[in-house]
Design a binder for this molecule. Structure first.
Ligand SMILES: [Zn+2]
Length: 143
């Protein structure tokens, strides 16, 4: 016995049907003995994947996504290392400090700064012509 997932081209109904073999399916199809269990249309076709194949594909794609996420996370961590080494952390004062550097031409601060800012603050800074970049951030202890 073989189970096929069938689709009706007329009403987009998906349904499962059992056949003795793939040959039997072809035979019944030719004889127009396979019709939609919803609208009785004969425009019924076998979907490319049987349910079991569909499941394994699903699992694979989840693993793939996780791997991808781990890679991105590592990239972000590399950024973080670089930023922590080369930039000064100003925390919640980011918008204030960024303005102070921009408007006072604060040469004492040779290092760049990084910190927290709201989306609104970033938007305002950009409008004032202050160069800011938003990067994703992950917690170091979050694995
Ligand atoms: Zn139908």
């Amino acid at each position: 016995m073989i189970k096929y997932k069938l689709v009706c081209k007329n009403c987009d109904n998906f349904f499962d049907s059992w056949f003795a073999s793939s040959k039997e399916y072809e035979k019944l199809k030719k004889l127009k003995h396979i019709n939609c269990n919803n609208c009785n249309s004969l425009k019924v076709e076998k979907t490319l994947m049987t349910p079991s194949v569909l499941n394994s594909k699903k699992e694979k794609s989840v693993i793939y996504k996780n791997e991808k996420y781990a890679k991105i996370k590592n990239t972000i961590k590399e950024y973080q290392k670089f930023i922590k080494k080369n930039f000064e952390y100003v925390g919640e004062d980011f918008a204030y400090e960024a303005r102070s550097i921009h408007y006072n031409n604060n040469k004492e601060k040779l290092k760049g700064i990084y910190g927290n800012a709201t989306a609104e603050e970033v938007k305002e800074l950009k409008e004032e012509g202050i160069d800011t970049e938003v990067i994703p951030w992950v917690n170091q202890n979050d694995n």
